[in-house]
Ligand binder design. Structure first.
Ligand code: ATP
Ligand code: MG
Length: 446
């Protein structure tokens, strides 16, 4: 398994050892290699102190990423490697950061400060695997277990609560009972953790292979960073179109969209506003009019609160807002208009979300999948034939309109949009002559 460790990582170990230091691959990369997965990056731990590391890597590009905490980034053969001095973390009084870190500790201390047994193993070419806390066995059994006492570890750094859920999802693992009890009883401490750190873990959790199961198993824990999720648990939708509780429906939609951040976030948040919009008709059937806009607003607040980047927030909000649009009888022109309005990327994500949403409903009553597949294939034809659906595909632009006498300003954009509409509806062809003729007609009308 470790035969695939790349040369540059072995080289980094060799350099440190050549200077008389210990050095191992450690943490996530060891876990991933043992699982037969490709590590995202390679981390090394060493008993060299920061200045000694800097000297050992003289001549290599290096950046002091967190030198106070003993971390140096070096580039070997154009690959970045993080090297960290063995350390022991001091007291944590804020539930987020150690008050101090003590460098120059023993290897055992450095492994003991790590969050879970599966992340607390290291490896060298000469000595093989070092596994002081039973990480390999937990990995084989797919078990997430804190190194040491779970409550203490979560009090030190509450982000570990969310990381436990993240690894349960990504590795399709179970959280060991003591760790699980602490995850549940201490979830509120997550409020103290920075939004950015939570967002990173939430994103990884949602893109994991068991995301739906974890969402369904830990709604109250996740409610601390996703207010509104907790009340979905056991929420009966009281509507024949829905055969699952709101939480189970949501979890199923999460699993059914592709494992990409925007799609998974949209799936998670698409029905958040339902409880606030519930009305009951005389037949005892519940309706949720307006839930789309309420959910979109909740999604915006949650994602902005978690400091997601603007592009992610906008894309998720768009998807939530459009997830319930009726496209049963949409024409080719309608599809082209939606492609233009949303952009092809978001439009494709919307189709995935709508498919997933329908799969997680009572399909005996409404099977919308064939229609959504029809829309997909029409979209493919539109793209292949390069049928215009956006302004930049028109054979004329704003300058052409100004040349024939339009005043520069917003009117130019409006006329272009009107021309695009005519092309999309096949009322005129997308040729310069036809477009300019139509533009001149429009000038007369105005
Ligand atoms: P990924 O594949 O997402 O990079 P990873 O396990 O490498 O997963 P990182 O966040 O990169 O996770 O952290 C690297 C290592 O540092 C972990 O494997 C773990 O040993 C340790 N670690 C990270 N965060 C914490 C934490 N909050 N508390 C304790 N140890 C941590
Ligand atoms: Mg990592």
């Amino acid at each position: 398994m470790f035969s695939k460790v790349p040369q540059y990582a072995l080289r980094a170990i060799e350099i440190l050892q050549g200077h008389g230091f210990q050095a191992h691959l450690v943490g996530g990369c060891v876990r991933d290699i043992l699982m037969g997965r490709e590590p995202q990056d390679y981390d090394i731990n060493t008993n060299a102190m920061p200045q000694q590391m800097q000297r050992a890597f003289e001549g290599y590009r290096q950046v002091e990423t967190g030198i106070k905490h003993g971390t140096l980034s070096v580039w070997i053969e154009n690959h970045q490697i993080e090297i960290t001095t063995y350390r022991r973390d001091g007291k944590y009084s804020d539930g987020r950061h150690p008050d101090s870190v003590e460098l120059g500790a023993e290897l055992r201390d450095d492994l003991a400060r790590r969050d879970f047994t599966i992340n607390a193993m290291c490896w060298t070419p000469q000595g093989g695997l070092v596994d002081m806390f039973g990480g390999q066995e937990d990995l084989i059994n797919k078990t997430i277990r804190c190194v040491g006492d779970p409550e203490e570890r979560f009090r030190e750094d509450a982000l570990r609560i969310l990381r436990a859920l993240r690894f349960a999802s990504v590795l399709d693992a179970q959280i060991e009972p003591h760790t699980d009890a602490a995850v549940r009883s201490m979830a509120e401490l997550l409020n103290r953790v920075s939004a950015e750190r939570c967002a990173v873990e939430l994103t990884k959790l949602l893109c994991g292979s068991a995301a739906g199961r974890v969402v369904q198993a830990y709604p109250a824990v996740l409610d601390t960073i996703l207010p509104g999720l907790g009340q979905m648990r056991g929420y009966n939708q009281d509507n024949p179109h829905h055969c699952y509780t709101l939480l189970e429906h949501t979890a199923r939609v999460v699993d059914a969209v592709p494992p990409q951040p925007v799609e998974r976030l949209a799936a998670l948040l698409h029905d958040m506003g339902k409880p606030a919009c519930r009305t009951m008709d005389q037949a005892g059937i519940a309706h949720y009019r307006g839930h789309v806009d309420v959910s979109a607003e909740m999604a915006r607040q949650i994602l902005e609160g978690l400091r997601f980047d603007g592009a992610t927030v906008e894309a998720v909000v768009q998807l939530v807002k459009h997830h319930d649009v009726n496209v049963d009888d949409i024409s080719e022109a309608g599809i082209r208009r939606m492609m233009g309005r949303l952009g092809v990327e978001t439009f494709d994500m919307l189709l995935s979300l709508k498919k997933a949403d329908n799969l997680a409903q009572n399909r005996a009553l409404s099977d919308r999948i064939p229609n959504l597949e029809r829309i997909c294939s029409i979209e493919q034809q539109i793209l292949e034939k390069q049928s215009p659906y956006k302004l930049s595909q028109l054979e004329i632009n704003g300058d052409d309109l100004i040349d024939i006498g339009y005043k520069p300003g917003p009117a130019v954009g409006n006329v272009l949009r009107e021309l695009l509409d005519m092309v999309v509806e096949d009322r005129i062809s997308n040729s310069r002559e036809a477009l300019l003729a139509a533009a001149k007609e429009l000038m007369k009308d105005n």
